[in-house]
Write a protein that binds this ligand. Structure first.
Ligand code: ZN
Ligand code: FE
Length: 257
């Protein structure tokens, strides 16, 4: 494997990700929350920033783009449908596109829901998906702009990736997400185990992101809205998957945990 993945904590609870190609020396950044932690990592590693991929338009994912463009002149890539509210893009992409990243395929996936223009990126060669505020560790983004159907479709698309895919999501919300998830599926042993592991990791200030998709499928209540046991537990055995998802999303919005 000539690709290397670095997770960079930014701001209070954001993550940015660097993917470095050892062969060419080129480096791609996925989301740009804050300049100095990203710049410090690039300098520490001696890496040249060549690409910035943006998942969505929120400030905590784009604020460092201008500084990094001025310092490194990378190509900036984002969703055509959100170009009017993203930093200036060199390359506009759309869901269903594949982007050639150093001779490797990078898939562009529709990840709408949190915002209507949100996209995700999947790099099969690395086995990693950059999901921003769509699918998150033990959670999913709040529906600021999109409908439950949009987010459910986005989660379903992401769930179809291989189980060992690393879900590189935008925030360290896992502990709080776990407190909520336990109210949805109190009897899920994999969830109990994950909550305990999360507490241990956070006590040592270790990131819980990225996480494996297979673990999300076993524990993340938003991905599990179609599970018959989960549905029955909520008294929604006969409801459509998307209705169950909408119910769980609504409950999380009102959750004070
Ligand atoms: Zn966001
Ligand atoms: Fe965010």
């Amino acid at each position: 494997m000539t690709l290397e993945l670095e997770t960079i904590p930014c701001l209070s609870d954001n993550y940015a990700f660097l993917v470095h190609d050892r062969k060419s020396g080129a480096t791609a950044l996925f989301d740009a929350p804050e300049t100095w932690p990203i710049q410090r990592e690039l300098e520490k590693q001696g890496w040249q920033l060549t690409h910035i991929f943006i998942t969505h338009h929120h400030a905590d994912h784009i604020d460092a783009v201008a500084d990094l463009v001025a310092a490194y002149h990378p190509e900036v890539i984002g969703a055509a449908r959100d170009a009017h509210r993203l930093p200036p893009l060199d390359t506009e992409v759309a869901p269903g596109d594949t982007y050639d990243l150093w001779g490797r395929q990078l898939w562009v996936l529709d990840a709408a829901g949190h915002t209507t223009g949100h996209i995700a990126y999947y790099l099969p060669r690395l086995g990693a998906a950059f999901t921003g505020d769509s699918l998150m560790a033990l959670g999913c983004g709040r529906l600021f702009e999109g409908t439950p159907q949009m987010m459910w479709d986005s989660l379903t698309r992401l769930a179809a990736l291989p189980d060992d895919t690393l879900i590189c999501s935008g925030h360290e919300y896992t502990a709080a997400n776990g407190r909520f998830a336990a109210t949805v599926e109190p009897g899920n042993p994999a969830l109990k185990d994950r909550i305990a592991q999360t507490a241990k990791a956070r006590a040592m200030d270790t990131p819980t992101v990225p996480s494996a998709l297979g673990l999300e499928k076993a524990t993340n209540p938003f991905l599990r809205a179609g599970d018959p046991g989960l549905k029955a537990g909520l008294g929604m055995a006969d409801a459509a998957d998307v209705e169950v998802f909408a119910h769980i999303r609504g409950a999380k919005d009102g959750f004070k945990g």
